[in-house]
Ligand binder design. Sequence first.
Ligand SMILES: [Zn+2]
Length: 269
Amino acid sequence: MADWNLNLYLDRAHSTLNVDAIQGFLHSLGLEPQVKGDFFDVNRVDMDEVSAALAGVRVRDLNLEDSLNISPAETDVSQEKTLLKSNEPIELERDRSNIYSGFHLAEVLRRYVGSGLHIIFTSRLPATFEGTRYHGRVIVADFPLAIISTTGVVEAPARQREYYIRQAAYHRAQHAGLQVPEEREFMQELEDRFKEGFIGYDDLRMTDVVKGYTLQAAFYLLFGEAFCESPGCMLFNAHTQAEMIHAQIESGRLCKRHQTMLEAHFSCM
Ligand SMILES: [Zn+2]
């Protein structure tokens, strides 16, 4: 018989993510996930092997499809090894050199899991190629596992238009040689000004947002359907922070169809 047990793992997600609260939330819906702990520890992953594999699935050129870091430099591999030994969230490099090809990352992780269904919360940023470039993702699902990225929550859905207009104006002024505040200081002020409109790394709303993405993962793994077209459903595939905050925080519920689908699943068990 197929093993439908849902296992939750951590891979250095941001500290505002409370996995026990997510487990409790799924439990309240009738699901019975188990919190397994650190993905690489629990699955007794060989550090040398996996650090080379992880370095190899970084995206080299965000504008080029299938542009993997096939022959990773020794520094990339040793950086991965250091990350594996650390408990700190994985910071997105300013040059974006540590973005991972989402489905290749899932393929690496899939080598290590046993039977059952698996959801891995990580601060690694997965991306998939769409249109003309790679785009960061909050969730990458590839049966029997799904990756949910806390960095993705912050970086993937677009922020307010006004935010980008001000950021672009700053960079134009900087390039024109005008006297502007130091970049770090400017960015901090910009983030503070708009922070209610997007989820930040240390945002207390992180767990509530990730609850919805965990449901998307669970729906995909159990029913083969992750997304909904209703903007007020937790399964809505949000492209902007405003859409994500609306679906996960302001609404925080499933649409009628998906609620019924979940209830029907338990009534036939
Ligand atoms: Zn729905």
